[in-house]
Design a protein around this ligand. Sequence first.
Ligand code: FAD
Length: 431
Amino acid sequence: MEEITILGAGLSGLSTSFHVGHQKCQIYEAKPYYGGHIYSTLRDGFTWDDGPHVSFRPGEYVQKLFAESVDGQFVEGPTCVSNYYRGNWIEHPAQSNLYQIPEPLRTKCLDSFLETRKKNPDPAQPVNYQEWLYQAFGPVFAETFPAAYTRKYWTTDPVNLGVDWIGERVFYPNIEDVVNGAKGPLDRLTYWVQGWRYPLKGGFLSYCNKFVQGSRIKYEKKLSKINFAKRMLWFDDQSTTQYKKLVSTIPLPVFIELSEDATQDVREAASLLRCTTFLSVEITLNHSAKRNEQWLYVYDEDKLSTRISIMENFSPNNAPPNCSGIAVEVYGSPYRPLPTDHPMVGKKVKQELIEMGLIEDEQAVTSLNVRHSPWGQVIFDHNRKPALETINAFLDQFGIVRVGRYAEWGYLMTHDCVLSSRDAAQIIEQK
Ligand SMILES: Cc1cc2nc3c(=O)[nH]c(=O)nc-3n(C[C@H](O)[C@H](O)[C@H](O)COP(=O)(O)OP(=O)(O)OC[C@H]3O[C@@H](n4cnc5c(N)ncnc54)[C@H](O)[C@@H]3O)c2cc1C
């Protein structure tokens, strides 16, 4: 029996095995391929990722590993991102680019922002994201832009979200930034993602190369039951195995559901965890991209399109010359179910892109594919923290190590997954 058993061959599972030493690990993966959420699909000369994936702010350690994965062959650039609002393009973040917001909305946003800051120069700690937005931007901007986007991307009202995920992710401007940004562009970028790297070839998946080399993966081994007391795993091909030390990178609610030992309170806690799910509408065009941005946010609530990626703006190898590959994310969750009529979604998204000027006309579309990703963003609603505490306390009793976005149930980006797996490798050695 291998010393360490790992569930899942996404980046977190591969990176845990890499850090522990592949010869000591056995990975079990449900799918017939590795990469998990950073898997890239190559089709008819186009490369697709699962939503926009760039490496940003990875820190020196992860940056080096990613660079070695692709033999130094990556594209690097400043972030170029915009927002679409009712026929207008506004650079991101909109709060420091009010000058691109049409009048009279621009003045209303500015006045409501200034009034809020004047009335409440030293606000109390907000208890939910809505309070945070109102304090940061004033009610007019807050409702028109981020609250609308929250309903589309997080699939619920901002009042239902906590504030523990925000950090630097949403730019909290000072008064001068907003006032000056209402007159014209600021002399600095205020988006927290300022620069990025992306593999030159093979899509984001190529960043796995270093981690997968030498790993021992059994594919099409979907965990179907687990018993922590007996240290037993069952898979859906009817096979079973025992483990000495276990690392899970699979989604926490699934892991608990499959556990024979989970108590009622732990099961109830797991049933409260919420995550978004999304459709990727992948459209190929016979003309080059109409815009230079890598990705775009869409604020109009009557549009399904939420975030749009222009694939060849990450790497020119992602699309054939003079063609464009556009991927559009459409979100759902238990709060707001995802549409089930995928052809309708594809059709509507295509019309939206024509309206936004990203597709010339119907004839420019050479293919359209709609793909479902069951796990998107962990929703930081008010249940998350207490539910997670109950589940973590239970799993800790059995020494189960959790690594990655869905096993830790947090806002982990790829570099966070690598760093978390490095820490986990040390913990496992000590167990
Ligand atoms: C839309 C979107 C955009 C993103 N953009 C970025 C970005 O720009 N930059 C960035 O750094 N990060 C980004 N991320 C985050 C990044 O994708 C994740 O942090 C990372 O891929 C998570 O890796 P993981 O290994 O923890 O999980 P996963 O990739 O989900 O891996 C888990 C693995 O477990 C397997 N599995 C599941 N259930 C079972 C089972 N029952 N039995 C066996 N195996 C099972 C799965 O098949 C999968 O291979 C984005 C995420 C999303 C959703």
